[in-house]
Design a protein around this ligand. Structure first.
Ligand code: PA5
Length: 432
């Protein structure tokens, strides 16, 4: 761990070899701009957050509005992977308490899925703000989603450019398109922020702020956790403890899968968010010295108690090839509790079933970790994001891999481009 902490510091200082691949660690600066390595970057981060606030304020007040109405009512976010999972998780976790604007997502190139979203929006398309998110600005799925939505705008006689913004790398195809078509505005996606760690950049903060979620609290929670997880004393550092549990559960080889069960409906998508964060960061063929290691931790999960009625049978009695993460939330609801039996509430059941399941697994020598949080608030969500970012980074150093690149995902994108190119040539030939 001493080595891991030293590596973390070196990495942030840009002192590690292979700077291009490791620059993505810069996402830490977003949650604590005091850490930015120079004044220009610090200014850039502060200005981006101000730009988000002032844009959101203008949208909510109606200073920025669609041509046909005085206010926008809905947000349609188009993006995939790192440009979708964070905003989806945060919306699921926090939008119920922040209903400024309703949010919808297109995160695939499935035509029927796109139709479903457009049908749900119906006439509200005329008051929908479209947020196209793509770091590279060239990923086919969001490109297709955007084209389909543009088509729907045209069919309804609406002007897409007056209702769209882009969050993308400066100079990307998307950036150029948005600027040439005169979209409302664009927000930068810095090249030193990786997709899966971009939730606390414009990628996650713009959709969150539009819904009315308190992004300051999110950033504050992340900053506090960032500070807490820099402490080089293992026992007082929650991210180090997490990484340590993962390490020992899987013999340092990722031999066990991580099953994540938040006992709270609103944290359902946290499991999916972690799937990408952990698997894309740690699933690596080679270590930092070039040795073939085939590292990684598979993640799956959904929510409790729902999944107790699905695969807990396997977890308790089947192959012990996993460790479980229970996420317990102490506050059960905002309204007054109703007794479902004398002196017993639904929340008592939720907590009792978590404890019972954990005990049953323990009795059969199945490993589990329990993460307890007081309630699901923007601050807590920011802290969770920062906690797992740091735990993944520290684990990566423990097993000597680069957690900040994704050659496997990029290989898949290249292979798909070849297949699609062949397909379009076949189609052309058939047409002729
Ligand atoms: O983490 C990643 O790199 C991927 O999941 C990307 O976020 C995803 O492929 C989308 O890429 P982009 O934002 O460039 O459209």
């Amino acid at each position: 761990f001493e080595h891991a902490f030293a590596q973390m510091k070196d990495l942030e200082a840009g002192a590690i070899a292979n700077p291009d691949e490791n620059r993505m660690v810069g996402h830490y600066w977003l949650r604590n701009s005091d850490l930015a390595p120079n004044a220009d970057l610090k200014k850039d981060i502060v200005e981006t957050i101000q730009q988000i606030e002032s844009f959101t304020h203008d949208v909510h007040s109606g200073a920025i509005h669609p041509p046909s109405a005085t206010k926008f009512t809905d947000v349609l976010s188009i993006g995939i992977g790192g440009s979708a999972l964070g905003p989806q998780f945060v919306a699921e976790a926090l939008s119920a308490d922040a209903p400024a604007m309703a949010i919808h997502f297109i995160d695939n190139t499935d035509p029927a899925g796109i139709d479903r979203v457009l049908a749900k929006l119906g006439d509200r398309l005329s008051t929908t703000l479209v947020v196209v998110i793509s770091k590279s600005g060239g990923t086919p799925e969001p490109r297709n989603g955007m084209l389909e939505v543009q088509n729907a705008f045209q069919e309804k006689g609406l002007d897409f450019s007056k209702q769209a913004i882009a969050i993308t790398g400066t100079g990307s195809n998307l950036d150029q398109l948005a600027k040439s078509e005169g979209w409302i505005t664009t927000f930068p996606m810095h090249d030193w922020v990786g997709g899966r760690t971009s939730e606390l950049s414009a990628v996650g903060l713009v959709p969150a702020a539009l819904q009315g979620i308190n992004i300051h609290e999110m950033l504050e929670g992340a900053k506090e956790m960032d500070i807490a997880t820099r402490i080089p004393d293992l026992k007082s550092n929650p991210a180090a403890l997490l990484a340590l549990c993962w390490y020992f559960s899987g013999d340092g080889k990722g031999k066990k899968d991580m099953v994540v069960l938040p006992y709270k409906d609103s944290l359902l998508l946290f499991s999916r968010y972690l799937q990408q964060l952990v698997m894309e960061s740690l699933g690596k063929e080679k270590d930092l010295d070039g040795n073939v290691v085939h590292q990684g931790i598979a993640v799956y999960g959904n929510k409790g108690t729902t999944d107790q009625h699905a695969y807990v049978q396997q977890l308790r009695e089947g192959v012990p090839n996993f460790f479980l993460t229970f996420i317990e939330v102490l506050k059960d609801r905002s309204s007054a509790s109703i007794e479902v039996e004398p002196g017993v509430t639904s929340g008592d059941y939720l907590s009792g079933l978590l404890q019972g399941t954990r005990k049953a697994l323990y009795e059969n020598e199945r490993d589990s970790i329990t993460l307890t949080i007081p309630e699901v608030t923007p601050r807590m969500v920011g802290a969770l994001i920062a906690l797992y970012d740091r735990a993944v980074g520290l684990y990566g150093f423990l097993v000597n891999i680069n957690s900040y690149h994704q050659p496997g995902v990029e290989a898949g994108k290249k292979a798909a481009a070849v297949v699609l190119d062949v397909q379009s040539k076949v189609m052309e030939a058939l047409k002729k």
